[in-house]
Design a protein around this ligand. Structure first.
Ligand code: UDP
Length: 139
């Protein structure tokens, strides 16, 4: 994956609450192009694989359960400076600390159920994008 791409997923709380359309609108208005997108659901095991970096953290089991509790919308996005600009658009991990107008400030329910994921590096964007999408699903 080129460095002008990032990976995101709209998390189960936001999909369930019907915020998918509003979130995609903000993403496109911020200048990101959708390269790949689908609706799917993770098993607890796959959610654990996705967040394996956090396997020693106290919130890991709850996070696996939450992330497999309902449908998600994974997407690969493209824009110059995609990773950093997207992290700015979604806001801080804890919505209580997220800036006004950010996606987490607008739609997150809690620190765990925080509406949306955004890759934290170009390397992780590539790994996470290929966790969900084959090359033939990217346009
Ligand atoms: N999380 C949690 N409790 C915490 C920290 C994180 O439940 O104390 C969840 C939250 O959903 C977060 C995800 O674990 O988005 C991954 O955490 P990370 O620190 O990587 O934050 P992110 O990169 O998603 O902002």
């Amino acid at each position: 994956m080129a460095t002008n791409q990032t990976f995101t997923m709209i998390k189960p709380d936001a999909v369930e609450a019907g915020h998918t359309g509003a979130i995609i609108k903000l993403i496109e208005e911020a200048g990101f192009r959708i390269v790949a997108m689908k609706k799917t659901q993770l098993t607890t095991e796959r959610a654990g694989q996705f967040y394996a970096v956090h396997s020693e953290r106290p919130f890991y089991n709850g996070l696996r359960t939450y992330m497999s509790s309902g449908a998600i919308i994974p997407m690969i996005l493209e824009k110059e400076n995609a990773v950093a600009d997207f992290r700015k658009l979604i806001g801080a991990t804890n919505p209580a600390q997220a800036e006004e107008g950010t996606i987490r400030k607008l739609f997150a329910k809690s620190l765990e159920a925080n509406a949306i994921h955004g890759s934290d590096s170009d390397e992780n964007a590539a790994i996470e994008g290929s966790f969900f999408f084959a090359g033939t699903e990217q346009y």
